[in-house]
Design a binder for this molecule. Structure first.
Ligand SMILES: C[S@@+](CC[C@H](N)C(=O)[O-])C[C@H]1O[C@@H](n2cnc3c(N)ncnc32)[C@H](O)[C@@H]1O
Length: 210
């Protein structure tokens, strides 16, 4: 596992990441969209809901805030941007002790693995070459479920992101998980069509460790 900060992580820790926090907001509409997303995802775990949950890259915690209305669990986060971590703690989304200053490729895997570890709009900001390290860490953090909610493309792609090169990636993340971690079973997947959901045309997968 590489401990070095990647170019992409430095980008999110700097001005771009800070401005993203400022642009992001806990609006009624955002919460409605996230709650609707997590009702669908949690539906695949209804037989055995997670009691501990880790989000890797939550920013101001739109997912965590919505999930906390739907699932009673202990929540944790790994977030490389200091301003985002501050909001999470100041708003009482998470206690400081449950927020790690780290990134997907280098965070400390919890001693007691959580029931669910997930990313949402984060793998798309990890270079394809660094993705396996990130997934391995996420995989090792969970003893039960892994969720991934990301942009989909049949083939690995690198796109321009708000005029920045090498900061936005797409691929079939579901297949990437299954190919590299063959003990995962896919419990479900879905597409958040912007026209109907307001979400940004993201695809999600729910995996369970067998
Ligand atoms: C596009 S935002 C998504 C925020 C949130 N997950 C959501 O769905 O609203 C990306 C977030 O991931 C964080 N991030 C970027 N690269 C990361 C990495 N390699 N590991 C963990 N978090 C990362 C950024 O600081 C930012 O907070």
């Amino acid at each position: 596992m590489s401990q070095d900060k990647t170019e992409q992580v430095k980008f999110w820790q700097g001005d771009f990441g800070d401005n993203y926090v400022d642009r992001n907001a806990v609006s009624f509409e955002q919460m409605r969209m996230r709650i609707s997303l997590w009702v669908k995802i949690f539906g695949h775990m209804a037989h055995d809901m997670p009691k501990s949950i880790l989000e890797v890259g939550p920013n101001i915690g739109l997912n965590l805030r919505a999930m906390q209305m739907l699932c009673e669990a202990e929540y944790f986060a790994v977030e490389p941007n200091a301003k985002a971590r501050e909001v999470l703690i100041k708003d009482g989304v998470l206690p400081e002790a449950n927020v790690q200053d780290a990134f997907a490729g280098n965070f400390a895997v919890p001693e007691k693995p959580v029931d669910l570890a997930f990313t949402s709009g984060v793998m798309i900001h990890i270079h394809h070459d660094d993705l396996l390290d990130a997934c391995r860490n996420i995989y090792n953090s969970s003893c039960k479920y892994i969720v991934c909610n990301e942009y989909f493309s049949d083939k690995p792609e690198i796109l321009q992101y708000r005029d920045h090169g090498d900061k936005l990636f797409k691929r079939d993340y579901g297949s990437f998980w299954l190919e590299n971690f063959p003990d995962l079973k896919c419990l479900g997947y879905g597409f958040e069509w912007k026209v109907m959901t307001g979400m940004d045309n993201a695809t999600w997968w729910v995996f369970e460790k067998r």
